[in-house]
Design a protein around this ligand. Sequence first.
Ligand code: UDP
Ligand code: MG
Length: 232
Amino acid sequence: MKIVIVVPCYNEEPVLATTTDVLLHTADEIMRRHGMETYLLFVDDGSMDRTWELIGQCARRDARVHGLKLSHNRGHQQALWAGLEWASVHSDAAVSIDADLQDDTDVIPDMVDMFRNGKDIVYGVRRERKTDTLFKRWTAQTFYRLLRWMGGDVLYNHADFRLMSRRAMLALLDFPERNLFLRGMVYSLGYPHDVVYYDRSERKAGESKYPLRKMLSFALDGITSFSVRPLR
Ligand code: UDP
Ligand code: MG
């Protein structure tokens, strides 16, 4: 059994070394608890800084580290999709997580527990949004209400921190969809699933790679992918 941890990276030079150390520690823990090999897959989403070079350095230091490089900046969701394509071939389950360590890596072995107990998808859900700014909290809440009102369904306070079994990944990759809103698409798959709760912390280094422009375009993808109301 193999687990791959997929990490999309866009200009993550300041945090990458720490992220690698922390995730390799998680890999050790999974090996200890479950006897499963765990690999890291960093997907460089066309970074302009030294991200790719650092991924190379980490890979030379530890054979469990792998890298995938997109030809240019295609966005978080596309980078994650590319990573899952790779993971669906090379693993039995994949965990997706952001590079900035805002999500709690300590719950990853718990996700693997649930996977071993027959769950195909395990959603990481934030207990609260204490570390987010008031603005971010308000825009997020408004967006989810709007999406639900339009008929789209997502799991509240879940972003893209989740485990997916191989068959769940293959079902996801069957979508011909190109404007990706993964948290909605995965949620629509069904399959046995469970939830782990965690506290989201602050970004460990660097700055957010989601300026308002990208956030709005992502929100729009979410709405137009799951609702015909605006069209009507
Ligand atoms: N990201 C990416 N491509 C982009 C923007 C972001 O691969 O065009 C990655 C980024 O490196 C990080 C994740 O997506 O691993 C989430 O970004 P970030 O943490 O900056 O978003 P925020 O937490 O501020 O919403
Ligand atoms: Mg972040």
